[in-house]
Design a protein around this ligand. Structure first.
Ligand code: SF4
Length: 492
């Protein structure tokens, strides 16, 4: 670093190269491969995975600030690229509104005034687009990254109504969350929905996985864990070994957008590990990664025994009564026998959230005289008791795991997963993982991989081969241990 030939930009260029393709992952893969050869990592052993939220290196903006800052960032980049072109089009109003970062401005607080301000910024943005699309505008200006972000943010935050007026989109609503699951409920054309209300697809901002929340890191996304955290950024998934007598080595790191569910990250993790011949025999994860389908796929495609709690049905949690496991399916006859011995007519295939399910209906005439009606499952439109089954292999897995996870041996086996939370804590608190040092998911991933590699080096340094401990302890604890095992004597 002190070499006169060294320039700090060398590190920046090194980082850029590391962020290309899978170079960062290969760095960790080489390290793990050496550890396998040294006998410190076991192939097909036991691993555990956990995730944590990562804060992007950008300020969190509300929607009004977002459009103002996006507009300003685009003007800045245009000015750097072609000052003459911007100078010919700039107005006093633009200079006043976008002359400095939006955080220094006092933006309106009243809802109506805020909307008016947002529309003014929107009209300014449209004027800029028209100027950029004019035949005499240099084409390279249209391709600037911040101009592209401006275009996307405007699509997400504004829409044109049927009279051609620019409109400010409304906030997201829970109703839209339901409708996004079923595309047929949304009008792709943007047509007005029934009862005179505007189509949610055109009147509200897009859902979090799509919505850009900062022009300075357009890949960062908003997410929240109910009651725990709200953040803009990413998620980091760490997979480490947890074999007895060996150090806990982080063997895989995945960086995903913040709103992506843990369960969606699992399959790529398994695929990556399998490609490196490092797929574990047993993989311990929390409930966010576990579904019957995930357990089934891990077993059949990768030979992995996925161990984690399967979610208990909302009805089973909220009131005592019969669970789905109390009903007995006859897979050959396609019927279900209830706890009182009544057998359903053959079930019908259906879809729930786009996934195949089996719909079983016990006729009302069968259930009406039953004394256990109040303990039973729901009643569908007064037609009878309704049970939704998973396809056979998944239903069998769900029944088995729900039973197993009530038992002591299962809890003893699963207890090892908790160590992964200590790893998350270590990387966050000791190595600064929580805050992105760079912008964009590729460079953030480089940071995560290098943090994992550094953590591995520290752990290997602390590893005591002849001890059953795999982590270092404090000086005082070591002294106590040395005194008790006789490697150190007491002085009087
Ligand atoms: S209500 Fe119907 S399905 Fe439920 S236990 Fe009674 S007979 Fe069986």
């Amino acid at each position: 670093m002190d070499d006169p030939g060294f320039d700090f930009s060398v590190l920046s260029e090194f980082r850029d190269r590391m962020a290309e393709g899978d170079r960062a992952d290969r760095l960790l893969a080489v390290m793990v491969e050496r550890l396998v050869e040294a006998g410190l990592v076991k192939r097909h052993g036991r691993q555990r995975t956990d995730s944590t939220h990562i804060l992007a290196a950008v300020r969190r903006l509300d929607r009004i600030e977002l459009v103002g800052e996006t507009r300003r960032a685009a003007l800045e980049e245009l000015t750097v690229t072609d000052e003459e072109w911007v100078a010919a089009r700039i107005t006093d109003e633009w200079a006043r509104r976008y002359g400095r970062p939006v955080r220094y401005d006092r933006l309106p607080k009243e809802t109506k005034e805020r909307e008016r301000y947002a529309l003014t910024v929107g009209e300014d943005g449209m004027r800029l687009f028209h100027a950029l699309l004019a035949p005499d505008a240099p084409a390279r200006l249209r391709r600037l990254p911040k101009v592209e972000v401006l275009r996307q943010v405007w699509i997400q935050q504004y829409w044109y109504d049927e009279t051609g007026g620019l409109r400010w989109r409304g906030p997201k609503q829970t109703r839209d969350r339901l409708s996004r699951r079923s595309t047929d409920r949304r009008s792709a054309s943007g047509a007005t929905a029934g009862r005179g209300s505007p189509d949610p697809a055109s009147a509200t901002v897009p859902w979090s996985p799509v919505e850009i929340v900062s022009p300075h890191d357009p890949q960062a996304r908003f997410s929240h864990k109910p009651g725990k955290a709200e953040w803009v950024g990413y998620k980091d998934h760490q997979t480490e070994t947890c074999d007895e007598g060996l150090p806990n080595v982080i063997v895989h790191v995945a960086t995903t957008p913040a709103p992506e569910q843990d369960i969606d990250a699992l399959e790529p993790i398994h695929a990556d590990l399998a490609a490196r011949d490092l797929a574990p025999a047993e993989h311990l994860v929390d409930g966010g990664y576990t579904t019957p389908a995930a357990i089934h796929r891990a077993r059949t495609e990768y030979g992995i025994d996925l161990v984690g709690p399967v979610r208990v049905g909302p009805v089973s949690r909220s009131r005592p009564g019969f669970n789905k496991e109390d009903f007995h399916p006859n897979w050959a006859e396609k019927t279900l026998t209830c706890p009182n011995g009544a057998t359903s007519p053959p079930w019908k295939p259906t879809l729930a959230d786009g996934q195949p399910r089996l719909s079983v209906l016990f006729p009302r005439a069968v259930c009406r005289p039953c004394e256990d009606r109040l303990k039973c499952t729901g009643n569908v439109d007064g037609k009878g008791r309704h049970v939704l089954l998973l396809p056979q292999p998944l239903q069998e897995i769900q029944n088995r795991v729900r039973k197993e996870q009530q038992t002591r041996p299962w809890h003893d086996r699963y207890a090892l997963r908790a160590g992964c939370e200590a790893t998350v804590s270590e990387t966050v608190h000791a190595h600064g993982l929580r805050h992105c040092r760079y912008r964009g998911i590729a460079k953030t991933h480089v940071q995560h991989v290098l943090t994992a590699a550094g953590t591995n080096i520290i752990r290997l340094h602390q590893h005591q081969p002849d001890s059953d401990r795999t982590r270092d302890t404090t000086r005082f604890t070591r002294l106590c241990r040395n005194l008790s095992d006789g490697t150190r004597t007491r002085t009087t």
